[in-house]
Ligand binder design. Structure first.
Ligand SMILES: NC(=O)c1ccc[n+]([C@@H]2O[C@H](COP(=O)([O-])OP(=O)(O)OC[C@H]3O[C@@H](n4cnc5c(N)ncnc54)[C@H](OP(=O)(O)O)[C@@H]3O)[C@@H](O)[C@H]2O)c1
Length: 341
């Protein structure tokens, strides 16, 4: 008999999320019989993603299903199949899936909203959770399908040093664009210019954002890939060229505030500028994942894209690591590895 630890939602955060909003549970774990179509998995790596924060809000203020009080937190994970009653999955296989923050869980792949996907033979689980993860697909479809870049365009990326943002910067560079990234802190800005192909990087915390944006984008912004919203979105709207595109990927500046994300102040700028502002959800492009993955693998093999991982260790650190996302304390995709007990 083993122990199954879990992190559950103890109470809904009011404003900024704190580690104390999470509750720890420990239960004796005895594997029970699986029903047809179920797999029993053991967690290996969890991804701390900002979107989880929106699921902690009350129903109605949560996009895609609020987590109930007392329910386990869920998020993307790399898990190992330890028992299977599903024809596509076998014992010992590593898969990526949305899974509860627990040591062990029963998953039903055929009912999963996010596909349960086998990690290909020879691929490291960490790579499946970074370079080849849904975040890279998000960057790909947001940039190429919504943003429609052409060589010579200026692409502005907020949350530029994050998991999605750093991929967008590198892909925009591959598309022949001029890349301007926005991130918090000199260290992240330096990394964006040295390693992610950014032509300019703006530290939004320490500088006059509208002034810096004007200096970095003298001809204006053709495509704004927005992970952040708020003041950054406002400043970008003021710099968009005619027929520019604003790709709405996320609004992280609002997730931890308890308030809905506000839009730009002067929508007439978008009217007269004929600017297209479009939200998207990566899952809508699922049928095109294979072609995107082929491109991502080829770019990674030729050294044109790479990912940076901020790897933490231990089931205990999951809540505190998660709260760091909203203070910008992660340096790359924030993963928590769960060692064997
Ligand atoms: N549309 C989709 O299908 C889809 C799919 C996946 C993710 N997303 C969205 O993509 C965005 C990025 O996600 P990610 O996983 O790549 O996260 P991430 O960027 O790796 O991590 C979060 C980063 O956001 C920045 N940040 C946090 N609070 C901020 C604030 N108040 N103002 C400005 N920046 C702030 C911090 O960087 P700094 O140090 O630079 O502040 C932090 O390091 C999120 O909005 C997420 O919801 C959308």
């Amino acid at each position: 008999m083993s122990v199954n630890r879990s992190w559950v939602l103890a109470h809904r955060p009011e404003g900024a999320v704190a580690a104390t909003d999470f509750g720890f549970r420990e239960e004796a774990f005895t594997p029970s019989d699986l029903a047809q179509g179920e797999i029993l998995v053991r967690s290996r790596i969890f991804s701390c993603a900002p979107t989880i924060r929106t699921w902690l809000n009350p129903p109605g203020r949560s996009y895609r299903g609020a987590i109930e009080i007392g329910e386990a937190i869920r998020g993307m994970a790399a898990v190992e199949v330890i028992a299977s009653c599903h024809p596509r999955f076998s014992v010992g296989q590593l898969v990526t899936a949305v899974a509860p923050w627990q040591d062990y869980a029963v998953l039903r792949p055929d009912e999963a909203a996010v596909p349960v996907t086998a990690i290909p033979e020879g691929m490291e689980a960490v790579d499946a959770m970074t370079l080849y993860s849904p975040n890279s697909l998000t960057a790909y479809f947001g940039l190429f399908s919504v943003g429609e870049p052409r060589p010579g365009m200026t692409v502005l990326v907020s949350g530029g040093a994050g998991s999605v943002g750093a991929m967008v910067c590198q892909m925009a560079r591959i598309a022949g664009c001029r890349v301007v990234a926005v991130a918090g802190g000199q260290e992240k800005c330096r990394w964006l210019m040295e390693s992610c192909g950014a032509d300019a990087a703006i530290d939004y915390r320490s500088q006059d954002l509208p002034g810096q944006l004007k200096a970095a984008c003298p001809k204006g912004v053709d495509i704004f890939f927005d992970n952040v919203g708020g003041d950054i979105l406002q400043a970008a709207v003021d710099r968009m060229v005619a027929h520019g595109r604003i790709v709405l990927c996320g609004q992280i500046s609002a997730y931890d505030s308890g308030e809905p994300a506000a839009g730009p102040r002067d929508m007439m700028k978008l009217v007269y500028g004929r600017v297209r502002m479009e939200g998207f959800v990566v899952g809508d492009y699922a049928e095109h994942y294979p072609e995107a993955m082929r491109a991502i693998r080829a770019w990674a093999a030729s050294g044109q894209i790479r990912s940076r991982v901020d790897l933490r260790e231990g089931f205990d650190v999951l809540p505190s690591a998660f709260t760091e996302l909203f203070k910008g304390q992660n340096m790359g995709t924030l993963l928590v590895q769960i060692p064997d007990p």
